[in-house]
Design a binder for this molecule. Structure first.
Ligand code: AMP
Ligand code: MG
Length: 428
Protein backbone atom coordinates (compact mmCIF):
# COMPACT_ATOMS: atom_id res chain seq x y z
CA UNK A 1 0.00 0.00 0.00
CA UNK A 2 1.28 3.43 -0.82
CA UNK A 3 1.58 5.64 2.20
CA UNK A 4 0.23 9.11 2.12
CA UNK A 5 1.74 11.81 4.26
CA UNK A 6 -0.41 14.36 5.93
CA UNK A 7 1.54 17.08 4.13
CA UNK A 8 0.62 15.55 0.73
CA UNK A 9 -3.06 15.82 1.57
CA UNK A 10 -2.71 19.28 3.01
CA UNK A 11 -0.81 20.51 -0.06
CA UNK A 12 -3.93 19.79 -2.14
CA UNK A 13 -5.94 22.28 -0.08
CA UNK A 14 -6.22 25.73 -1.49
CA UNK A 15 -5.37 28.43 1.01
CA UNK A 16 -4.27 26.09 3.81
CA UNK A 17 -3.62 27.97 7.01
CA UNK A 18 -3.26 25.83 10.13
CA UNK A 19 -4.19 28.87 12.20
CA UNK A 20 -7.45 29.44 10.29
CA UNK A 21 -8.93 26.12 9.22
CA UNK A 22 -12.61 25.86 8.55
CA UNK A 23 -14.51 22.92 10.03
CA UNK A 24 -15.15 21.70 6.48
CA UNK A 25 -11.45 21.79 5.58
CA UNK A 26 -10.44 19.99 8.76
CA UNK A 27 -13.04 17.29 8.17
CA UNK A 28 -11.88 16.87 4.59
CA UNK A 29 -8.18 16.51 5.46
CA UNK A 30 -8.98 13.99 8.16
CA UNK A 31 -11.34 12.01 5.95
CA UNK A 32 -8.75 11.84 3.16
CA UNK A 33 -6.03 10.72 5.56
CA UNK A 34 -7.70 8.00 7.63
CA UNK A 35 -8.19 4.62 5.91
CA UNK A 36 -11.05 2.20 6.51
CA UNK A 37 -10.28 -1.02 8.36
CA UNK A 38 -9.86 -4.07 6.18
CA UNK A 39 -10.53 -6.83 8.70
CA UNK A 40 -13.86 -8.62 8.92
CA UNK A 41 -15.57 -11.17 11.11
CA UNK A 42 -18.61 -13.37 10.59
CA UNK A 43 -21.41 -12.89 13.09
CA UNK A 44 -24.88 -14.28 13.69
CA UNK A 45 -27.33 -11.61 12.58
CA UNK A 46 -28.47 -10.66 16.09
CA UNK A 47 -24.88 -10.05 17.15
CA UNK A 48 -24.44 -7.95 14.02
CA UNK A 49 -26.88 -5.30 15.27
CA UNK A 50 -25.19 -1.85 15.20
CA UNK A 51 -22.16 -3.27 13.41
CA UNK A 52 -20.91 -2.21 9.98
CA UNK A 53 -21.81 -4.63 7.20
CA UNK A 54 -18.71 -5.72 5.27
CA UNK A 55 -20.42 -7.39 2.29
CA UNK A 56 -23.25 -6.65 -0.11
CA UNK A 57 -26.25 -8.85 0.66
CA UNK A 58 -27.98 -10.14 -2.47
CA UNK A 59 -31.35 -11.75 -2.07
CA UNK A 60 -31.36 -15.46 -2.92
CA UNK A 61 -35.15 -15.64 -2.88
CA UNK A 62 -38.25 -13.65 -3.70
CA UNK A 63 -39.76 -12.00 -0.62
CA UNK A 64 -42.59 -12.82 -0.37
CA UNK A 65 -42.05 -16.07 -2.19
CA UNK A 66 -45.64 -16.18 -3.57
CA UNK A 67 -48.48 -13.85 -4.33
CA UNK A 68 -50.49 -13.73 -1.12
CA UNK A 69 -53.40 -12.05 0.56
CA UNK A 70 -52.90 -8.77 2.41
CA UNK A 71 -56.19 -9.16 4.31
CA UNK A 72 -58.52 -11.65 5.95
CA UNK A 73 -61.36 -11.90 3.47
CA UNK A 74 -62.37 -13.58 0.23
CA UNK A 75 -60.20 -14.23 -2.82
CA UNK A 76 -61.96 -14.05 -6.17
CA UNK A 77 -61.62 -13.07 -9.79
CA UNK A 78 -61.83 -9.36 -10.49
CA UNK A 79 -64.10 -10.21 -13.41
CA UNK A 80 -66.68 -11.48 -10.91
CA UNK A 81 -66.93 -8.17 -9.02
CA UNK A 82 -70.44 -6.73 -9.52
CA UNK A 83 -70.62 -3.55 -11.62
CA UNK A 84 -73.63 -2.39 -9.64
CA UNK A 85 -75.76 -3.61 -6.74
CA UNK A 86 -74.30 -6.72 -5.14
CA UNK A 87 -73.49 -10.30 -5.94
CA UNK A 88 -73.48 -13.46 -3.88
CA UNK A 89 -70.73 -15.99 -4.60
CA UNK A 90 -70.39 -19.54 -3.26
CA UNK A 91 -67.35 -20.05 -0.99
CA UNK A 92 -65.64 -23.25 -2.15
CA UNK A 93 -62.81 -23.49 0.40
CA UNK A 94 -60.93 -21.80 3.27
CA UNK A 95 -57.17 -21.17 2.97
CA UNK A 96 -55.13 -20.41 6.08
CA UNK A 97 -51.67 -18.80 6.06
CA UNK A 98 -49.05 -21.43 5.36
CA UNK A 99 -51.47 -23.65 3.45
CA UNK A 100 -51.30 -24.31 -0.24
CA UNK A 101 -54.61 -24.67 -2.12
CA UNK A 102 -53.92 -26.90 -5.06
CA UNK A 103 -57.09 -26.26 -7.08
CA UNK A 104 -58.04 -23.62 -9.56
CA UNK A 105 -60.84 -21.38 -8.30
CA UNK A 106 -63.36 -21.33 -11.09
CA UNK A 107 -65.26 -18.30 -12.33
CA UNK A 108 -68.28 -17.35 -10.26
CA UNK A 109 -66.88 -18.79 -7.02
CA UNK A 110 -64.54 -17.56 -4.29
CA UNK A 111 -62.49 -18.84 -1.35
CA UNK A 112 -62.20 -17.58 2.19
CA UNK A 113 -58.55 -16.54 2.69
CA UNK A 114 -56.45 -15.41 5.65
CA UNK A 115 -53.73 -12.74 5.63
CA UNK A 116 -50.49 -14.15 4.25
CA UNK A 117 -52.09 -17.20 2.64
CA UNK A 118 -50.93 -17.94 -0.92
CA UNK A 119 -53.34 -16.65 -3.57
CA UNK A 120 -54.97 -19.65 -5.23
CA UNK A 121 -54.81 -20.08 -9.02
CA UNK A 122 -57.57 -18.21 -10.76
CA UNK A 123 -57.88 -15.45 -8.14
CA UNK A 124 -56.39 -11.99 -8.52
CA UNK A 125 -58.29 -9.92 -5.93
CA UNK A 126 -59.13 -10.05 -2.22
CA UNK A 127 -62.13 -8.36 -0.67
CA UNK A 128 -61.65 -7.78 3.06
CA UNK A 129 -64.15 -9.58 5.25
CA UNK A 130 -65.49 -6.34 6.75
CA UNK A 131 -66.52 -5.07 3.30
CA UNK A 132 -68.70 -8.11 2.64
CA UNK A 133 -72.07 -8.73 4.20
CA UNK A 134 -74.84 -11.20 4.70
CA UNK A 135 -72.39 -14.06 4.40
CA UNK A 136 -74.23 -17.29 5.08
CA UNK A 137 -72.52 -20.63 5.47
CA UNK A 138 -71.04 -21.39 2.08
CA UNK A 139 -71.78 -18.05 0.41
CA UNK A 140 -70.76 -14.39 0.69
CA UNK A 141 -72.36 -11.20 -0.62
CA UNK A 142 -70.13 -8.61 -2.26
CA UNK A 143 -71.26 -5.02 -2.85
CA UNK A 144 -70.26 -3.13 -5.99
CA UNK A 145 -67.40 -0.63 -5.71
CA UNK A 146 -65.89 -2.06 -2.50
CA UNK A 147 -62.65 -3.17 -4.19
CA UNK A 148 -61.18 -3.19 -7.67
CA UNK A 149 -59.32 -5.91 -9.54
CA UNK A 150 -55.90 -6.62 -7.98
CA UNK A 151 -56.66 -5.06 -4.59
CA UNK A 152 -55.21 -6.60 -1.42
CA UNK A 153 -52.98 -8.96 -3.33
CA UNK A 154 -49.30 -8.84 -2.37
CA UNK A 155 -47.07 -9.74 -5.28
CA UNK A 156 -44.27 -12.31 -5.05
CA UNK A 157 -40.97 -10.44 -4.78
CA UNK A 158 -42.57 -7.06 -4.09
CA UNK A 159 -40.44 -6.71 -0.97
CA UNK A 160 -37.27 -8.11 -2.58
CA UNK A 161 -36.67 -9.96 -5.83
CA UNK A 162 -34.17 -12.76 -6.28
CA UNK A 163 -30.82 -11.24 -7.27
CA UNK A 164 -31.65 -7.80 -5.93
CA UNK A 165 -29.15 -6.13 -3.56
CA UNK A 166 -30.89 -5.96 -0.22
CA UNK A 167 -28.16 -4.25 1.81
CA UNK A 168 -24.91 -2.62 0.80
CA UNK A 169 -21.58 -2.97 2.56
CA UNK A 170 -20.91 -0.05 4.82
CA UNK A 171 -24.39 -0.01 6.25
CA UNK A 172 -24.69 0.12 10.02
CA UNK A 173 -27.17 -2.63 10.76
CA UNK A 174 -30.34 -1.45 12.44
CA UNK A 175 -33.31 -3.48 13.70
CA UNK A 176 -35.04 -3.37 10.30
CA UNK A 177 -31.85 -4.62 8.63
CA UNK A 178 -31.39 -7.67 10.81
CA UNK A 179 -35.10 -8.37 10.36
CA UNK A 180 -34.67 -8.19 6.60
CA UNK A 181 -31.66 -10.50 6.75
CA UNK A 182 -33.83 -12.97 8.63
CA UNK A 183 -36.57 -12.59 5.99
CA UNK A 184 -33.99 -13.67 3.41
CA UNK A 185 -33.01 -16.68 5.48
CA UNK A 186 -29.53 -15.28 6.08
CA UNK A 187 -28.11 -16.50 9.42
CA UNK A 188 -24.66 -14.90 9.42
CA UNK A 189 -23.06 -11.87 7.85
CA UNK A 190 -19.57 -10.43 7.52
CA UNK A 191 -19.09 -7.25 9.53
CA UNK A 192 -16.10 -4.99 10.01
CA UNK A 193 -14.13 -5.76 13.10
CA UNK A 194 -14.60 -3.21 15.84
CA UNK A 195 -12.45 -0.12 15.78
CA UNK A 196 -10.12 -0.03 18.76
CA UNK A 197 -9.78 3.42 20.26
CA UNK A 198 -7.42 4.38 23.08
CA UNK A 199 -7.97 7.55 25.04
CA UNK A 200 -6.39 9.45 27.87
CA UNK A 201 -6.51 12.84 29.52
CA UNK A 202 -3.56 15.12 30.04
CA UNK A 203 -3.20 17.80 32.66
CA UNK A 204 -1.56 17.88 36.07
CA UNK A 205 -4.72 19.39 37.56
CA UNK A 206 -6.82 16.31 36.79
CA UNK A 207 -7.93 13.80 39.37
CA UNK A 208 -9.72 10.58 38.58
CA UNK A 209 -13.01 9.62 40.18
CA UNK A 210 -12.20 7.94 43.50
CA UNK A 211 -9.23 10.20 44.22
CA UNK A 212 -9.28 13.08 46.70
CA UNK A 213 -9.89 16.45 45.06
CA UNK A 214 -7.00 18.60 46.31
CA UNK A 215 -7.11 22.43 45.95
CA UNK A 216 -6.74 23.61 42.36
CA UNK A 217 -7.73 20.25 40.92
CA UNK A 218 -10.76 19.09 38.91
CA UNK A 219 -12.17 15.68 38.32
CA UNK A 220 -11.46 14.28 34.87
CA UNK A 221 -14.81 14.13 33.10
CA UNK A 222 -13.52 13.86 29.54
CA UNK A 223 -12.71 10.19 29.86
CA UNK A 224 -16.32 9.58 30.77
CA UNK A 225 -17.91 11.57 27.97
CA UNK A 226 -15.44 9.97 25.56
CA UNK A 227 -16.29 6.55 26.92
CA UNK A 228 -19.99 7.22 26.35
CA UNK A 229 -19.57 8.60 22.85
CA UNK A 230 -17.22 5.82 21.75
CA UNK A 231 -19.42 3.15 23.26
CA UNK A 232 -22.41 4.51 21.34
CA UNK A 233 -20.38 4.32 18.13
CA UNK A 234 -19.62 0.68 18.84
CA UNK A 235 -15.87 1.06 19.39
CA UNK A 236 -13.66 -1.13 21.51
CA UNK A 237 -12.00 1.06 24.09
CA UNK A 238 -8.74 1.31 25.93
CA UNK A 239 -9.04 3.84 28.78
CA UNK A 240 -5.49 4.83 29.65
CA UNK A 241 -6.38 7.17 32.50
CA UNK A 242 -4.81 10.53 33.28
CA UNK A 243 -1.27 11.06 32.07
CA UNK A 244 0.71 13.71 33.87
CA UNK A 245 2.70 16.40 32.16
CA UNK A 246 5.89 14.41 32.18
CA UNK A 247 7.72 13.71 28.91
CA UNK A 248 8.57 10.10 29.73
CA UNK A 249 5.03 9.28 30.87
CA UNK A 250 3.51 10.97 27.82
CA UNK A 251 5.84 9.22 25.40
CA UNK A 252 5.11 5.85 27.00
CA UNK A 253 1.36 6.52 26.77
CA UNK A 254 1.45 7.57 23.12
CA UNK A 255 3.62 4.58 22.23
CA UNK A 256 1.34 2.15 23.99
CA UNK A 257 -1.68 3.69 22.27
CA UNK A 258 0.00 3.45 18.85
CA UNK A 259 0.80 -0.21 19.54
CA UNK A 260 -2.60 -1.23 20.88
CA UNK A 261 -5.19 0.87 19.05
CA UNK A 262 -6.34 2.03 15.62
CA UNK A 263 -7.08 5.54 16.85
CA UNK A 264 -6.10 7.59 19.88
CA UNK A 265 -8.06 10.44 21.37
CA UNK A 266 -6.46 12.71 23.93
CA UNK A 267 -7.83 15.76 25.66
CA UNK A 268 -5.93 18.75 26.92
CA UNK A 269 -2.53 20.18 26.19
CA UNK A 270 -3.09 21.37 22.62
CA UNK A 271 -4.16 24.96 23.36
CA UNK A 272 -1.98 27.90 22.43
CA UNK A 273 -0.93 28.58 25.98
CA UNK A 274 -0.33 24.97 26.83
CA UNK A 275 3.02 24.83 28.57
CA UNK A 276 3.05 21.06 28.64
CA UNK A 277 4.92 18.47 26.64
CA UNK A 278 1.91 16.94 24.92
CA UNK A 279 2.34 18.64 21.54
CA UNK A 280 6.09 18.10 21.58
CA UNK A 281 5.78 14.35 22.13
CA UNK A 282 3.01 14.00 19.54
CA UNK A 283 5.30 15.66 17.01
CA UNK A 284 8.25 13.45 17.91
CA UNK A 285 6.25 10.28 17.41
CA UNK A 286 4.43 11.09 14.24
CA UNK A 287 3.19 12.93 11.25
CA UNK A 288 1.14 15.62 12.96
CA UNK A 289 -0.56 18.91 12.26
CA UNK A 290 -1.69 21.42 14.85
CA UNK A 291 -4.69 23.47 13.90
CA UNK A 292 -6.76 26.34 15.06
CA UNK A 293 -10.17 25.59 13.67
CA UNK A 294 -12.80 28.24 13.02
CA UNK A 295 -15.23 26.74 15.48
CA UNK A 296 -16.56 27.46 18.92
CA UNK A 297 -16.20 25.69 21.20
CA UNK A 298 -13.23 23.55 20.24
CA UNK A 299 -10.71 25.71 18.46
CA UNK A 300 -7.34 23.99 18.94
CA UNK A 301 -6.88 20.48 17.66
CA UNK A 302 -4.00 18.17 16.81
CA UNK A 303 -4.41 15.57 14.12
CA UNK A 304 -2.11 13.04 12.52
CA UNK A 305 -0.60 9.59 12.78
CA UNK A 306 1.78 8.41 15.44
CA UNK A 307 3.96 5.32 15.33
CA UNK A 308 5.79 3.05 17.72
CA UNK A 309 7.94 0.39 16.10
CA UNK A 310 5.93 -0.90 13.16
CA UNK A 311 2.55 -0.08 14.77
CA UNK A 312 0.67 3.11 14.25
CA UNK A 313 -2.54 4.87 15.13
CA UNK A 314 -4.42 7.96 14.03
CA UNK A 315 -4.34 10.63 16.67
CA UNK A 316 -6.98 13.20 17.52
CA UNK A 317 -5.68 15.64 20.11
CA UNK A 318 -8.71 17.51 21.41
CA UNK A 319 -8.77 20.55 23.63
CA UNK A 320 -9.31 20.04 27.34
CA UNK A 321 -12.56 21.86 27.96
CA UNK A 322 -15.34 19.33 28.51
CA UNK A 323 -17.84 20.81 26.04
CA UNK A 324 -15.11 21.43 23.47
CA UNK A 325 -14.23 17.72 23.68
CA UNK A 326 -17.79 16.67 22.97
CA UNK A 327 -18.36 19.15 20.16
CA UNK A 328 -15.04 18.34 18.47
CA UNK A 329 -15.86 14.68 18.81
CA UNK A 330 -19.35 14.92 17.33
CA UNK A 331 -18.60 17.32 14.52
CA UNK A 332 -15.07 16.27 13.51
CA UNK A 333 -13.90 13.00 15.05
CA UNK A 334 -17.13 11.01 14.81
CA UNK A 335 -17.26 10.94 11.02
CA UNK A 336 -13.56 10.11 10.85
CA UNK A 337 -14.07 7.10 13.14
CA UNK A 338 -17.09 5.99 11.14
CA UNK A 339 -14.96 6.21 8.00
CA UNK A 340 -12.29 4.06 9.69
CA UNK A 341 -15.03 1.63 10.68
CA UNK A 342 -15.92 1.30 7.00
CA UNK A 343 -19.34 2.84 7.51
CA UNK A 344 -20.99 4.63 4.60
CA UNK A 345 -23.02 7.17 6.48
CA UNK A 346 -25.33 9.85 5.25
CA UNK A 347 -24.62 13.16 6.98
CA UNK A 348 -26.49 13.67 10.24
CA UNK A 349 -29.85 15.29 9.50
CA UNK A 350 -30.06 18.99 10.28
CA UNK A 351 -33.51 20.36 10.93
CA UNK A 352 -34.55 23.94 10.46
CA UNK A 353 -36.47 25.17 13.47
CA UNK A 354 -37.48 28.50 14.95
CA UNK A 355 -35.11 30.02 17.48
CA UNK A 356 -36.76 31.28 20.66
CA UNK A 357 -33.50 32.98 21.61
CA UNK A 358 -31.65 35.89 20.09
CA UNK A 359 -28.12 34.59 19.56
CA UNK A 360 -24.98 36.65 19.12
CA UNK A 361 -22.88 35.12 16.38
CA UNK A 362 -19.73 36.31 14.68
CA UNK A 363 -19.47 35.40 10.98
CA UNK A 364 -16.33 33.50 9.98
CA UNK A 365 -16.56 30.52 12.29
CA UNK A 366 -18.97 27.72 13.05
CA UNK A 367 -20.62 27.95 16.44
CA UNK A 368 -22.26 25.07 18.22
CA UNK A 369 -24.71 26.05 20.92
CA UNK A 370 -26.54 23.75 23.27
CA UNK A 371 -30.28 23.84 22.71
CA UNK A 372 -33.55 22.50 24.02
CA UNK A 373 -36.00 21.75 21.26
CA UNK A 374 -39.68 21.53 22.11
CA UNK A 375 -43.05 21.91 20.41
CA UNK A 376 -45.65 24.54 21.22
CA UNK A 377 -49.42 24.23 21.15
CA UNK A 378 -49.36 25.50 17.54
CA UNK A 379 -47.39 22.35 16.65
CA UNK A 380 -44.25 24.30 15.69
CA UNK A 381 -40.91 23.10 17.04
CA UNK A 382 -38.79 25.83 18.56
CA UNK A 383 -35.36 25.79 20.15
CA UNK A 384 -33.98 27.80 23.03
CA UNK A 385 -30.42 27.85 24.26
CA UNK A 386 -29.61 26.13 27.54
CA UNK A 387 -28.20 29.32 29.00
CA UNK A 388 -24.55 29.80 29.83
CA UNK A 389 -22.62 28.45 26.82
CA UNK A 390 -19.08 28.43 28.22
CA UNK A 391 -16.99 25.56 26.86
CA UNK A 392 -16.27 24.30 30.35
CA UNK A 393 -19.92 24.00 31.34
CA UNK A 394 -20.79 20.37 30.83
CA UNK A 395 -24.18 20.87 32.44
CA UNK A 396 -25.25 22.74 29.28
CA UNK A 397 -24.67 19.54 27.29
CA UNK A 398 -26.52 17.47 29.84
CA UNK A 399 -29.54 19.82 29.78
CA UNK A 400 -29.62 19.99 25.98
CA UNK A 401 -31.42 17.68 23.57
CA UNK A 402 -29.86 19.17 20.43
CA UNK A 403 -27.03 21.28 19.11
CA UNK A 404 -27.80 24.52 17.31
CA UNK A 405 -25.31 24.76 14.44
CA UNK A 406 -24.56 28.27 13.23
CA UNK A 407 -22.51 28.03 10.05
CA UNK A 408 -19.51 30.18 9.13
CA UNK A 409 -21.42 32.76 7.13
CA UNK A 410 -24.21 33.16 9.70
CA UNK A 411 -24.41 36.43 11.66
CA UNK A 412 -26.55 37.33 14.66
CA UNK A 413 -29.79 35.41 15.06
CA UNK A 414 -32.96 37.24 16.06
CA UNK A 415 -35.64 35.53 18.08
CA UNK A 416 -38.04 33.99 15.55
CA UNK A 417 -35.34 33.34 12.92
CA UNK A 418 -34.80 29.84 11.56
CA UNK A 419 -31.71 27.97 12.74
CA UNK A 420 -30.32 24.49 12.11
CA UNK A 421 -30.27 21.86 14.82
CA UNK A 422 -28.80 18.38 15.10
CA UNK A 423 -30.75 16.15 17.45
CA UNK A 424 -29.10 14.08 20.17
CA UNK A 425 -31.51 11.14 20.04
CA UNK A 426 -33.16 9.27 17.24
CA UNK A 427 -35.69 6.48 16.89
CA UNK A 428 -33.37 3.64 15.94
P1 AMP B 1 -6.35 22.65 28.27
O1 AMP B 1 -6.89 22.44 26.90
O2 AMP B 1 -5.43 21.54 28.70
O3 AMP B 1 -5.74 24.01 28.40
O4 AMP B 1 -7.59 22.60 29.27
C1 AMP B 1 -8.61 23.58 29.19
C2 AMP B 1 -9.51 23.48 30.40
O5 AMP B 1 -10.17 22.22 30.42
C3 AMP B 1 -8.80 23.59 31.75
O6 AMP B 1 -9.63 24.34 32.61
C4 AMP B 1 -8.73 22.18 32.23
O7 AMP B 1 -8.70 22.07 33.62
C5 AMP B 1 -9.99 21.57 31.67
N1 AMP B 1 -9.79 20.14 31.44
C6 AMP B 1 -8.76 19.61 30.74
N2 AMP B 1 -8.89 18.27 30.70
C7 AMP B 1 -10.00 17.97 31.41
C8 AMP B 1 -10.63 16.75 31.75
N3 AMP B 1 -10.14 15.59 31.32
N4 AMP B 1 -11.77 16.79 32.48
C9 AMP B 1 -12.28 17.98 32.90
N5 AMP B 1 -11.71 19.16 32.61
C10 AMP B 1 -10.57 19.16 31.88
MG1 MG C 1 -4.08 21.17 30.20
Amino acid sequence: MTRTNLSDIISCLSGYDPDAMSVTQARQVINDFVPPLATFEKLAIRSALDRVLAQDIVSGINVPANDNSAMDGYALRGDDLPASGERTLPVVATIHAGQHYAHNVSAGTCVRIMTGAVMPDGCDTVIPQELTHAATDGAVTIPAGAVKTGDNRRRAGEDLRTGQTALRRGKILRPADIGMLASLGVAEVAVQRRLRVAFFSTGDELRSVGEVLTPGCVYDSNRYTLYGMLKRLGCEMLDMGVINDDPAALEAAFRRAAEDADAVITSGGVSVGAADYTKQIMQQLGDMSFWKIGMRPGRPMAFGRIASGDKEAYLFGLPGNPVAVMISFYFIVRDALLHMMGAEQAPLPRLQVVSRSAIRKRPGRTEYQRGILSADDDGIWRVRLTGEQGSGILRSMSDANCIVVLNDDQGNVASGDLVQVVLFDGLV
